[in-house]
Design a protein around this ligand. Structure first.
Ligand SMILES: Nc1ncnc2c1ncn2[C@@H]1O[C@H](COP(=O)(O)OP(=O)(O)OP(=O)(O)O)[C@@H](O)[C@H]1O
Length: 542
């Protein structure tokens, strides 16, 4: 198979599941086996999650600093200045500017991935004007739009924003790329591999080209899966890069035949695309249409849980986060926690998010079979003072007086702080009792985790979810046995980026390894019309 030792500019493309990411990983391993030092290889991917497992496999061979998103590599290259989009930094900006220029914070101080927080299909009308203006300016910077194409307001806003960043030493996301471009020298590698290259903006591509000077470059992607048009990446940059050689992958190892036929009917609606052919997997797979009223996902959940119980993986996908709210509520009622293996840090998709200590651990601390004082301290902070035999403040002081690591058996004196009628519930890990006596300001995920614990304490103890959920953007490159897709979208999306909408549902459909369940919302406004592929579809009317 073609590889980077044979050509200095290679484009690898292929439809969903044809092994593009697998090729890229294999190529890195082939280079290492051929004796290329790991320091001379860099790999860019779109999301960090996609790479976590790969990076750990390469640990000690390719330096961790050479693996990451384009933004993270650029951020390192410019010496990691503080970020402009944090709460602290923006409170300064927001104090100085008119209301209509105020920007809402988007990252924490540690610099979470920009794309982890992008949800283009959230309700546009409810967004503050400053956020919309800032996003338009980011788009113009990402697409390298000539100043003549900017409106007067966009120009003035950007000049002010840039002057503020310069004066304060802060940087925003396109700024990382702009600074890395202006900096002499590149990444200092001989091999640069870029996954999901269809989502490169013209600005990112310019930086990749600079980094690739004197190096061999592989761009890996699929123009039909370009779903970041709203950021300025429409797949055209990827297809337009002059290359020496191309590797076209034509066999999907994921998508079964029926799923492929429906997915093809969706992507054929896109106006601007290069036609392509590929072979599906050998088995037929299944496509079903499930009529689900938008506000009641009970039947979809019941259907999905049956599959999970049979050992299959299930992924629910929607265009926007808010569409998942009813689903999450239904899952919690059933004691089924949710997760997103492709965005494990995002609270919106994970009841048990990874990373910094989070509120669900307070619920877990109530359930531990072998408790220590620190566990009791964690949940008693959020319990109503009514359960204590003394005043709340005094009770909490008493609980705090025990060293964190002290073991707390069922007869430990710490329990004496509870009124006699409450004591057995606290000692006995009575989840309903705790839910009944939680303070109003107890963290939401603590309460939700306790709801799950009513039915599945083990799931909370282990921080383990069985059902995956996410926006289509959040699961790029991912897959599951069964994929359930909501047809929701906004009218604005259809008007401004119809191709992108078709690509988005194409990406969603092609995540399925065994079957696809299209959730039909009938005549609900703004519901994406599924193609009429009747022979593929079994209709369930509830
Ligand atoms: N040569 C192969 N033989 C068998 N299975 C493969 C092969 N290559 C890839 N796969 C499997 O097929 C699935 C899809 O592979 P991969 O994610 O690399 O495809 P992709 O082209 O990057 O997909 P997408 O375009 O959706 O991101 C994975 O489960 C992978 O393990």
């Amino acid at each position: 198979m073609k590889g980077l030792t044979g050509s200095s500019r290679l484009r690898v493309y292929g439809p969903p599941g044809t092994g593009k990411t697998t090729w890229l990983k294999g190529e890195v391993e082939r280079l290492l086996r051929a004796g290329v030092p790991g320091e001379e290889i860099a790999v860019c991917s779109f999301s960090r999650a996609a790479f976590r497992e790969f990076a750990s496999r390469l640990a000690g061979q390719v330096p961790e600093d050479n693996l990451g998103t384009i933004h993270s590599l650029a951020y390192r290259a410019i010496g990691r200045p503080p970020l402009a989009l944090t709460k602290d930094a923006l409170s300064d900006w927001n104090r100085r500017v008119p209301d209509t220029w105020r920007v809402t914070p988007r990252v924490d101080g540690r610099g979470a991935d920009l794309l982890d927080v992008m949800d283009p299909y959230e309700d546009e009308d409810s967004r503050p004007p400053g956020d919309k203006l800032y996003d338009r300016v980011v788009y113009l910077r990402n697409t390298l739009a000539p100043m003549a194409a900017w409106s007067e307001e966009e120009r003035v806003f950007f000049q002010t924003w840039k002057a503020w960043m310069n004066a304060t030493g802060l940087v925003d996301f396109p700024g990382m790329l702009e600074m890395a471009l202006a900096k002499p020298g590149g990444l200092g590698v001989r091999f640069l591999l870029v996954d999901e290259a269809q989502d490169l903006t013209p600005l990112q591509l310019l930086l990749v080209e600079k980094w690739a000077q004197g190096a061999r470059l592989a761009l890996v992607g699929d123009d039909d899966q370009a779903i970041y048009g709203f950021m300025g990446a429409d797949g055209a940059s990827f297809l337009g890069v002059p290359v020496e050689d191309e590797l076209v992958l034509g066999q999907s190892y994921r998508v079964p035949a029926r799923v492929q036929r429906v997915a093809e009917a969706v992507i054929r609606r896109a106006q601007n695309r290069a036609p392509k052919r590929y072979a599906p997997r050998g088995d037929e797979g299944e496509v079903r249409l499930l009529w689900v009223p938008p506000e009641a996902p009970y039947h979809a959940v019941a259907d999905a849980i049956e599959r999970v119980n049979r050992g299959e993986s299930v992924l629910f996908l929607a265009t926007a986060k808010y569409l998942l709210e009813e689903l999450k509520a239904e899952l919690l009622l059933r004691g089924e926690p949710y997760a997103n293996p492709y965005a494990p840090h995002r609270h919106a998709f994970n009841l048990f998010p990874q990373g910094a200590r989070s509120a669900w651990e307070k619920a877990r601390s109530f359930l531990f079979p072998n408790r220590i004082a620190a566990d009791v301290k964690a949940w008693t902070k959020h319990v109503s003072s009514k359960v204590f035999a003394v005043k709340g403040e005094e009770a909490r002081r008493y609980i705090e007086s025990f060293p964190d690591e002290e073991k707390v058996g069922d007869d430990h004196p710490i329990w004496n702080v509870f009124r006699p009628e409450h004591r057995p519930h606290a000692v006995g890990r009575d989840v309903s009792w705790l839910l009944d006596h939680l303070l109003g300001n107890a963290p939401k995920t603590m309460r939700q985790s306790l709801m799950v614990a009513l039915k599945s304490p083990e799931a909370v103890l282990q921080g383990r979810a069985r059902v995956w959920i996410g926006t289509i953007h959040s699961v790029k490159g991912g897959e599951a046995d069964w994929v359930y897709v909501w047809p929701g979208y906004t009218r604005k999306a259809a008007r401004e980026h119809p191709d992108q909408l078709h690509r988005l549902f194409y990406v969603a459909a092609t995540r399925a390894r065994k079957g696809l369940v299209l959730m039909d919302q009938g005549k609900a406004p703004h519901a994406y019309p599924w193609p009429a592929v009747r022979e593929e579809v079994e209709v369930d009317v509830w």
